[in-house]
Design a protein around this ligand. Structure first.
Ligand code: ATP
Length: 321
């Protein structure tokens, strides 16, 4: 990897702050293959970046420090957001500094709107935003390709959080091909009370497969129908093509999600699925007005902790201001 020599700080506000934000994602198609020898599953997924953003602010500092604020931080157990080296942002900072040969000096604040452990790739969004912000703060001038390579080392979803839009992901999800989507898609995200741990959901999938209770994943279902529908619609075509192999294990671990899915379709969603490893339910709306009505209806149901209308595709991690 070639790095240009540090060229001094990038875009700085008055107090030396650099701000970046990155979006949440919904997997509109998620096919999971059998467990590989490296402990990962082979995936074929279609990511859609949606308009729920975390913001990462970085300032000059002495060593690394990390503060986490915002509504996406509440919870315990799988929901808990660490503020030390276990945070993906901390690892992103160390990795960028090491690769660029600069000291890892920054005071970092993550303002979380994306709930943790919700299947929305909040941690990945934070890592992607941190890479972009710190590259500017430290003047490391990494190319997008270099940042993407670092992103892939941090986690399977981090490259997509950088790229945004719509993309087909393979491998662990980190090998991306952008997909053209000509229209806007409106969704309502129903965020359940407590988070689900992604490794626990994969382990439950393996268990259900070993017991013969779900198909073994030997043949990954093709993403073509979802890609064709995403390109131009109509909305019911996308609804019919939605699919997530992690939905059965998420439902097995959290049976209350069945009610949450039913509530979405009864309230007028054209289709609904569990997002990634859950427990967020992504409900597809006919258009923006329908999404507003659906949000109000679902907020009154009491099956979700939070209900948010979002749309996609939106761009990936970007500097703000
Ligand atoms: P995915 O959809 O990519 O599987 P997720 O949205 O379900 O992920 P995240 O919000 O990314 O889950 O967080 C998963 C776990 O990662 C959390 O339980 C937390 O312990 C840890 N974590 C590390 N860094 C962060 C971060 N910046 N924000 C949230 N969680 C983080």
């Amino acid at each position: 990897m070639s790095w240009s020599s540090p060229g001094g700080p990038g875009r700085l506000a008055g107090d030396g702050a650099v701000v970046a934000r990155a979006p949440a994602k919904v997997n509109v198609h998620l096919a999971v293959g059998p467990l590989r020898s490296d402990g990962f599953h082979e995936l074929r997924t279609v990511y859609l970046a949606v308009s729920l953003f975390d913001t990462v602010t970085v300032r000059p500092g002495d060593g690394l420090s990390l503060t986490v604020t915002g509504e996406g931080t509440t919870g315990s157990g799988a929901d808990a957001v660490p503020t030390d080296r276990r945070n993906l942002v901390w690892r992103a900072a160390e990795l960028l500094a090491e690769q660029a040969g600069v000291p890892a000096d920054a005071a970092i604040t993550i303002d979380k709107s994306i709930p943790a452990a919700a299947g929305l790739a909040g941690g990945s969004a934070d890592a992607a935003a941190a890479l972009v912000a710190l590259d500017a703060l430290w003047g490391t001038h990494a190319t997008r390709g270099e940042l993407t390579a670092l992103a892939a080392r941090l986690g399977s979803d981090v490259p997509f959080s950088l790229l945004g839009g719509v993309a087909l992901g393979s491998g662990r999800g980190e090998q991306l091909s952008p997909v053209l989507a000509r229209r806007r898609w409106d969704w309502v995200l129903g965020i359940a009370g407590e988070g689900l741990s992604t490794p626990v959901v994969y382990a439950e999938l393996d268990r259900l497969r070993a017991a013969g209770r779900v198909p073994d994943g030997g043949e990954l279902s093709a993403p073509d129908p979802v890609i064709a529908a995403l390109r131009s619609g109509p909305v019911p075509a996308l609804a019919a093509a939605l699919g997530n192999d992690l939905q059965p294990p998420a439902l097995s671990l959290r049976p209350d999600l069945r009610r949450a899915l039913r509530a979405a379709t009864s309230a007028g969603a054209v289709g609904a699925l569990v997002s990634g490893s859950g427990p967020t339910v992504a409900a597809l709306a006919e258009d923006e007005d329908s999404a507003v009505r659906l949000t109000a209806a679902l907020a009154g149901e009491g099956v979700y902790r939070t209900v948010r209308a979002v749309h996609g595709p939106v761009p990936g991690a970007r500097l703000v201001g």
